[in-house]
Structure formats: structure tokens, C-alpha cells
Design a binder for this molecule. Structure first.
Ligand code: SIN
Length: 290
């Protein structure tokens, strides 16, 4: 029987009594409800092929290959192959000790793909190699972050949008992008969107990718961004996921941020497959609004 066990007071639940492979529709509906209720769901002890993981991810929405083609799994471009020993999966070249850059990939608080014109609904990760210490992922509930803002700041953000760009204000890691994706026009997203499925308001903020808040002068925009970064980037987040081999974790990017701790030994391997999941019908929606 399915059991949904909250992992922390504000976010996260471990789902027990389910197998990802061959999950029937009634069970998936319960899993999906847990995803909406708890934002991050964890199913441990799975033994999956790439196709199994793609099939499960695709029950949450449409999988979109990540913008950085270098990071694509060489045989399954729908997936990112996140491996600290392989910088460019197309060459497959491996190093014995991961570079500090690869150990620290994702080591800033962020929500995935806010630099895209249509952002990711969810992200899935499946753990293959797990370091003996560290390498955790922290999560923060952005409904709660919005609710905790002072009323004056909530009012200031109301109806406002922000621009986002790959690499953010510092334009970090633009060199990872293919030529056609460098220097794209920024994406624009509301700062306090209403979640399309739960109807709850959250804070959509991504310190690593945000450029500025539209309608505020530069100094004010910078000050608000610094304030929001400080309010949302706690040392431990609301939930720390300590990975085990075979973990499947799916999180809702619309109402959470996450941060890879990156604090594991560089001579140990960390490998995950990652899927980026869009809303069903996102391409038609994007075409209508273009
Ligand atoms: C990510 O930032 O999307 C990945 C998080 C992780 O590697 O723990």
C-alpha cells in the first residue's frame, strides 16, 4: 500500500510502497497528488534503465531536452547526464578527479530553467553514483517564502515581473552554451505567480539567473534582488535530501528552489540522470503567446 511520509515540516515527502516501473494509473494519481502537496517527492530503491526513467518523468509532463547540448546523455538526449567526471558528454572523456567546477554544479539556490521563455514545471533526478559523504541537495518551499515576506514587500512585488538570463547578472557559464543560445534576449516571468494547479501564490525567484525587476530603477531592483536572495538562501534549506543509489526525486520548479551542496570529495564519483519536465501542451501555449 502507498504511504506518503513527510520528510520535513515545509517540503518533501518520501513515498513508500511503490515501484516506478509498471506503476498503475490509480497509484500514479496518488503519487502526483503527493507531488502537488509536498513539492518534492522521493521514491527510494529503484533499479531503472534510462527508458524507465524517461517514461516515469513523462507522466508528469512533456520532457524537454536541456538547452546545453553538452550535458545531454549521449544516447538519450531527453536526459541530462550529470557526472562530475564528464564535462562534455559528447566526447565522453573522463577525468579521475572531478574539477572543482563540476563538483559544485548547481551549488547556488535556483529553480531550473528560469532563463527559458517557458520554464520547467518539474525536474526529475535518478541517482546512479553517490559519494560517501556530502553531495546532498537542499530544497526550499517558495509558497512559504512568499507568505513569510513582509506585507510591504509582497505589495511591492505584486503584478511585477523579472527578467532572467542564462548565467544571471554575472553571465556565468555562458561558455557552456552553444553559439545559437549565447546572448539570447532575457526571459520575463512574474515574481509572484499563482500555481496553475494548486491555486497558491508563490515567489518565483532565482538569484543565479535573475537580471532585474521590471519597473524598478536599477538601484532599487538590485536592492530587492539582494533582499530576496538573503531571505530565500538559508544554509540548510527546508529539506536536505541525502542521496542513495536508486533514488528517484521529482520536484516542482514552480514553487521551490534547490541548491546542490557540492561538498563531496573530488575523487569520488557523483552521477545522476536528470529530466526537465514541461507542462503538457507547453509548445502550443508558447506558440499562442509568442
Ligand atoms: C540541479 O541543480 O538541478 C541538480 C541538483 C543536484 O545536482 O543536486
Amino acid at each position: 500500500m502507498i504511504q506518503v511520509l513527510p520528510a520535513a515540516p515545509k517540503i518533501g515527502a518520501e513515498i513508500q510502497g511503490v515501484q516506478v516501473k509498471g506503476m498503475d494509473d490509480a497509484t500514479f494519481r496518488e503519487v502526483y497528488q503527493a507531488f502537488l502537496d509536498h513539492i518534492v517527492i522521493v521514491i527510494r530503491g529503484q533499479d531503472l534503465t534510462e527508458q524507465d526513467f524517461i517514461d516515469f518523468s513523462a507522466r508528469f509532463g512533456e520532457i524537454k531536452p536541456h538547452m546545453t547540448k553538452k550535458a545531454h546523455h549521449p544516447r538519450y538526449p531527453e536526459l541530462m547526464l550529470m557526472d562530475n567526471r564528464i564535462l562534455d558528454t559528447r566526447t565522453g572523456e573522463q577525468t579521475q578527479n572531478a574539477s572543482p567546477l563540476l563538483v559544485r554544479v548547481g551549488n547556488v539556490w535556483h529553480t531550473d530553467t528560469s532563463y527559458e521563455y517557458v520554464t520547467a514545471k518539474a525536474t526529475g533526478m535518478y541517482a546512479i553514483n553517490v559519494p560517501s559523504v556530502g553531495g546532498d541537495t537542499l530544497f526550499t518551499n517558495m509558497y512559504a517564502a512568499y507568505e513569510a515576506l513582509p506585507a510591504s514587500l509582497q505589495q511591492k512585488l505584486e503584478g511585477r515581473s523579472a527578467t532572467h538570463i542564462y548565467g544571471g547578472r554575472l553571465k556565468r557559464q555562458q561558455d557552456r552554451l552553444e553559439e545559437e543560445n549565447k546572448n539570447r534576449a532575457p526571459a520575463i516571468h512574474p515574481l509572484t505567480p499563482v500555481h496553475p494547479e494548486t491555486g497558491r501564490k508563490s515567489l518565483y525567484f532565482n538569484d543565479g539567473q535573475i537580471l532585474n525587476i521590471i519597473g524598478l530603477d536599477q538601484a532599487d531592483s538590485d536592492a530587492v534582488i539582494a533582499d530576496l536572495a538573503q531571505r530565500t538562501a538559508s544554509a540548510n534549506g527546508d529539506y536536505r535530501h541525502h542521496w542513495q543509489r536508486g533514488d528517484v526525486v521529482i520536484w516542482d520548479n514552480r514553487c521551490s528552489i534547490h541548491c546542490a551542496t557540492g561538498d563531496y570529495p573530488a575523487n569520488e564519483r557523483r552521477t545522476n540522470w536528470r529530466s526537465t519536465v514541461m507542462e503538457f501542451g507547453w509548445q502550443q501555449q508558447a506558440a499562442k503567446t509568442a
